[in-house]
Design a protein around this ligand. Structure first.
Ligand SMILES: Cc1cc2nc3c(=O)[nH]c(=O)nc-3n(C[C@H](O)[C@H](O)[C@H](O)COP(=O)(O)OP(=O)(O)OC[C@H]3O[C@@H](n4cnc5c(N)ncnc54)[C@H](O)[C@@H]3O)c2cc1C
Length: 460
């Protein structure tokens, strides 16, 4: 039998692949990583990190407005898109280099090339070379998907291009109702664009708690974002210096940029998967077991390419668990319960655990504690905004099974609340915790009055 060149070949240098490579190398494995674009992957290069930098940029306009009520006179502000993009690119470049240095220090060899499977134990690089590997990890992530073709689709951009626009768009139309669409609506609106969000469903943010979905829409509209639901883009036409966007239902909307955030597709095409017997699941992701093993014994897959929970910390955890399992002698399955998540919209959403709808379907008794209130800062700023806090409680065990926050700092609040939810804290534990005053988060430990109790019908 031919000798392997490496113990592990990782295809994809993003969140999952980089973590797996580093930890496997730490266990003494000889590791090679192929990355076809830029080290760091989606999160670092064109996802979480640049997005959050844009979110920070977009929030200054609201702060400038709010300052007046606190006695400040802010001179006419102006925003320079080119400066933001250049500064963001500098930081992303720094992070990319740090990833490279970190892998080098761990003894991992990085090849900047596209890689595909040649057979179950060999990878073919685009430069023609072939590398034999004991194990292969597929961590190729996902890419924007535009849905059904429409006339003028060539004029549409995705989040990938939104990070590099040469000119700041004064009018933006975004199609999509998920977190990326909602976040970019907030970014462009905060930076000064007129934003229209178009979504074919009735409520934005599918999968989130219904009250969160309804409340965020109200807040977005209060910030001047036009939200059109129950319709979709049917054509995009170039009309002089802008685009004319045709919607189902007849509306025609002018825009300088049209962006679709209509989902992401796992990167499985032309990878040689079928040929070596790696099965694809019904949802388009690579089918894996609880240890991220594919249908081939020595081939594993982690992160967005498996389409489980498509978040960076999950991809990282999966990559780490893979390395522990295969090279560390510690079989480790990832626990997918109570994964906290945020939407960096304006205002922010933070959520962990079950939505009210999920809890009512699963539990014999669901108790709801909900509060909607004007935050202290809004009293002087005069901003028309409300914070929403909601706890979903198992009425029989008293365990808090869901926590949902819409308001400033929601993501930071939820990261900490997630520890309590993960530990199985009861509502009584929340009540026993003394409030930290004055904060918005104190509402989570001072909500005494149930707003609803739902009993599941016996037949269900
Ligand atoms: C706009 C946006 C915002 C996001 N915001 C958040 C957020 O706030 N929080 C959060 O947790 N998650 C966020 N995500 C999701 C997060 O980025 C992903 O879940 C995460 O990056 C997945 O990591 P991964 O390792 O699976 O894939 P990726 O990070 O996508 O890495 C895959 C890598 O594989 C490379 N590759 C693909 N095919 C090949 C090949 N054949 N050969 C060699 N290399 C290949 C790609 O170039 C890429 O670098 C966001 C995503 C987007 C698009």
């Amino acid at each position: 039998m031919a000798k392997n060149d490496v113990d592990l070949f990782v295809i994809g240098g993003g969140s999952g692949g980089v973590r797996a490579a580093r930890i496997a190398a730490g266990y003494g494995a000889k590791v090679m990583v192929a990355e076809k674009y830029r080290l760091g992957g989606t999160c670092v290069i064109r996802g979480c990190v640049p997005k959050k930098l844009f979110v920070y940029a977009s929030r200054f306009s609201g702060e400038f407005e709010d300052a007046a009520g606190f006695g400040w006179t802010v001179p006419q502000s102006s925003f320079d898109w080119a400066t933001l993009v250049a500064n963001k690119d500098r930081e992303i470049g720094r992070l990319e280099a740090a990833y490279g240095a970190m892998l080098e220090k761990a003894g991992v060899r990085v090849v900047k090339d596209r890689a595909v499977l040649d057979d179950a134990h060999a990878v073919r690089l685009a430069n023609g070379s072939r590398v034999r590997a004991g194990y292969v990890l597929i961590a190729t992530g996902a890419a924007p998907s535009y849905g059904d073709p429409i006339p003028g689709l060539e004029h549409v951009i995705s989040s990938n291009e939104a990070f590099h626009l040469s000119e700041f768009p004064r009018r933006v139309l975004i199609q999509g109702g998920g977190y990326i669409a909602v976040e970019f609506a907030g970014i462009f609106a905060g930076l000064g664009s007129h934003v229209t969000l178009v979504y074919r469903g009735e409520k934005i943010l599918r999968g989130f708690d219904d009250d969160v979905r309804a409340h965020l829409r109200v807040e977005m509209e209060a910030r001047g974002i036009r939200v059109l639901t129950g319709c979709k883009v049917t054509a995009v036409e170039k009309a002089g210096g802008h685009y004319s966007v045709q919607l189902s239902g007849g509306n025609q909307i002018p825009a300088n940029r049209v962006m679709f955030a209509t989902g992401r597709r796992p990167n499985v095409a032309k990878m040689g998967l079928e040929e070596v017997g790696v099965a694809i699941a019904g949802d388009g992701g690579i089918a894996v077991d609880e240890y991220s093993r594919t249908t081939r014994q020595n081939i594993y897959a982690v992160g967005d390419v498996t389409n489980r929970i498509n978040l960076t910390p999950v991809a990282i955890r999966e990559g780490h668990a893979f390395a522990d399992t295969v090279f560390g002698g510690k079989p480790t399955a990832v626990d997918y319960t109570n994964v906290p998540t945020a939407v960096f919209s304006d205002p922010e959403v933070g959520t962990v655990g079950l939505t009210e709808t999920e809890a009512r379907a699963r539990l014999a008794q669901t108790d709801i504690y909900e509060a909607m209130f004007k935050p202290l800062k809004a009293t002087l700023s005069g901003r028309d905004t409300c914070v929403l806090m909601k706890l979903v409680v198992d009425g029989l065990s008293d365990r808090v099974v869901g926590c949902h926050v819409v308001g400033e700092g929601a993501a930071e609040i939820t990261q900490v609340a997630a520890i309590a939810v993960k530990m199985g804290a009861k509502k009584a534990d929340f009540d026993a915790t003394i409030a930290l005053h004055p904060t918005a988060a104190e509402e989570l430990v001072t909500m005494r009055k149930k707003t609803a109790t739902h009993l599941r019908a016996a037949a269900e």
